[in-house]
Design a binder for this molecule. Structure first.
Ligand code: PXG
Length: 289
């Protein structure tokens, strides 16, 4: 059965799901996107993803030609049409076809695309043993250049850092902001745990550190609060990571994944820690519950 892709107003076979070579999404990375996940036929935090998509579009003066409810329906229909109860959804809105110049006012017909696919997971041993990551020399884009809060189609900043990670034999890389503070990884947010006097404190960089405010990050912060774990948004530098008791990453694809080594420094005992394990279990319960 060929995969079906939603294009603007209907589902079409993958072979017919095409955009123009004049689309500014292709020519300039001019557009926005979301990555969502469905668990047992239910899309996790669909409304939050749609809110972020429409906010990203608003920030770049792109009017999505469909109402949120219609896009929500398209996401569910695309998953169902491809018989995916557990799947990954890529929701893309491009600026549409225009002239070979930057002017977004010379484009028309923004393309609304929903692709549903099998979720490709990191190997299980990454979750059991934890990741090694390195700091990329590529800094996260400054808000004054392009706000990292916009989930735009222009991911070259992150891809440059991802390449550095891969060249160092790591699947993720840490990105700092222009002040040298910890921002996030190339496609995941970052948390550390500090255990002091028997109490655990969870720390993660605030939005103004130059991060995408991840939906998974938000969910994990809520779960921590519900579990009685003190959770704070706080500016962090690499020293805070190197000396942390635990570290983990969050993202739609990765969910919650432990980090056991950063830049050659072992984090905590060098094995996934108990707070990470608790929050991972709570997250799995939340998404399936
Ligand atoms: N930071 C960045 C820069 C991201 O792109 C996250 C954090 C996590 O956000 P959510 O809302 O997913 O918790 C992302 C996630 C992938 C992939 O294949 C992930 C993202 C974008 C593209 C691909 O893992 N975004």
């Amino acid at each position: 059965m060929p995969r079906l892709v939603f294009m603007n107003d209907r589902l079409v076979p993958e072979s017919e799901a095409r955009v123009s070579v004049f689309d500014h999404g292709l020519l300039y990375g001019d557009g926005v996107f979301e990555g969502l996940r469905s668990y047992g036929g239910r899309v996790f935090r669909l409304d939050a993803h749609l809110d972020r998509l429409y906010a990203s579009a608003r920030a770049i003066c792109l009017t999505i030609p469909l109402a949120k409810e219609i896009v929500a329906r398209a996401v569910l229909d695309t998953l169902a049409a491809n018989d995916l109860a557990d799947g990954y959804v890529r929701l893309v809105v491009t600026r549409g076809a225009g002239s070979l110049g930057l002017d977004p006012n010379k484009t028309r017909d923004p393309q609304v695309i929903v692709i549903a696919d099998q979720i490709s997971l990191y190997p299980r041993e990454f979750y059991e043993r934890g990741l090694r990551i390195v700091t990329a020399a590529t800094q996260r884009t400054q808000s004054a250049a392009l706000s990292p809060r916009i989930k735009s189609l222009n991911y070259l900043n992150n891809i440059m850092a991802k390449l550095e990670g891969l060249q160092a034999g790591c699947v993720e890389a840490l990105m700092l902001n222009h002040k040298g503070e910890v921002a996030e990884c190339t496609g995941d947010n970052i948390f550390v745990v500090r255990s002091q006097g028997g109490a655990d404190r969870l720390l993660t960089p605030p939005p103004d550190a130059g991060i995408l405010e991840g939906i998974t990050r938000g969910a994990v912060m809520e779960l921590a609060v519900a579990a009685g774990i003190d959770c704070r948004e706080q500016a962090l530098v690499r020293h805070d990571l190197y000396t942390a008791d635990e570290c983990f990453l969050t993202g739609t694809a990765a969910e919650v994944i432990p980090v056991v080594e950063i830049d050659g420094r072992r984090i905590g005992d060098g094995v996934p820690g108990p707070v990470t394990a608790r929050l991972t279990a709570a997250f799995h319960h939340l998404v399936r519950g």
